[in-house]
Design a protein around this ligand. Structure first.
Ligand SMILES: [Zn+2]
Length: 217
C-alpha cells in the first residue's frame, strides 16, 4: 500500500504514473492494531461480517452466519432505506441466514467487492522481482490481508485477530466456551419456535381436514 514517511519498504516500480516517487509499505502483522485507529467503524463492521460469514460457513455456525449477514447488510443493501425497505432487507437476510449454502455465492461476491481496487503487480523487492498485491489504500490492504491471509474474527466478541495456527477460531478459550453456550441457547430457542409453528400449522391443517370432510358429505 502507498505510504509516506519512514514505514516505506520500497518504490512503486510497477506504477505507470509514479514509478520512482511513490513509496509503498508491506502490510505487517502489527499494522492490524494501527489500522484500528484509522478506519471508520463501518469498515471494520463490514470486514468482520465478511469474515464472519466465511467462518460460519466453514464451522456450520448459524448464529454467527446471522450476525455476519447483519454486519455486511449496510454495505450490501444501503442504509438510507424506509421502514418498509428495512423490513424487507431484514427478511432477506433472515432467509440467507437459514441455510449456510447461501454463502457459496454471496461470500465470493462480497470478497470481489472488498478487493475490487487491489491489483496484481510485479514488484522489485530486495533485489528480486516478485508478484505482489498492490492496494491503493489502507482499507483495501486490510481486506486483502484478512481475506487472503490469516486474520479471523472472534465469533463471540467480533474482535479481529491474526491467527498463529489456522485451526484457532476464537480470540480466547473463554470466548470459545461463551459462544458454545450462546449457540446451544439459540438452537434451543429455534427448536421451540419451530415446534410452536409446527403446532399451529397442524391445528390449521386439522381444521382444514375437518372442513374438507364436511364439504365431501
Ligand atoms: Zn473474542
Amino acid at each position: 500500500m502507498p505510504v509516506t514517511g519512514r514505514d516505506s519498504d520500497g518504490r512503486a516500480n510497477f506504477d505507470l504514473n509514479h514509478p520512482v516517487s511513490r513509496k509503498v509499505h508491506i502490510f505487517a502483522d502489527d499494522d492490524l492494531a494501527k489500522l484500528k485507529k484509522l478506519l471508520p467503524a463501518n469498515d471494520w463492521k463490514f470486514l468482520s461480517g465478511v469474515l464472519g460469514v466465511k467462518q460460519a460457513f466453514e464451522s456450520k455456525d448459524q448464529l454467527k452466519l446471522r450476525q455476519g449477514y447483519a454486519d455486511v447488510a449496510p454495505v450490501m443493501l444501503g442504509t438510507s432505506a424506509s421502514n418498509e425497505e428495512m423490513q424487507l432487507q431484514k427478511d432477506f437476510l433472515d432467509a440467507l441466514a437459514v441455510d449456510a449454502r447461501s454463502a457459496v455465492i454471496f461470500l465470493p461476491q462480497l470478497a470481489t467487492y472488498a478487493l475490487k481496487n487491489a491489483r496484481l503487480v510485479l514488484w522489485r523487492s530486495k533485489g528480486k522481482f516478485v508478484p505482489a498485491i498492490f492496494c491503493p489504500n489502507f482499507r483495501t490492504a486490510l481486506y486483502a490481508k484478512a481475506l487472503l491471509g490469516r486474520i479471523k474474527v472472534c465469533p463471540h466478541c467480533n474482535h479481529l485477530f491474526e491467527v498463529p495456527r489456522s485451526n484457532q477460531d476464537y480470540c480466547s478459550i473463554a470466548h470459545r466456551e461463551a459462544h458454545r453456550v450462546a449457540r446451544w441457547r439459540a438452537g434451543k430457542e429455534q427448536l421451540k419456535a419451530d415446534q410452536k409453528k409446527g403446532g399451529r400449522s397442524r391445528k390449521k391443517g386439522g381444521r382444514s381436514r375437518k372442513k374438507g370432510r364436511g364439504a365431501r358429505t
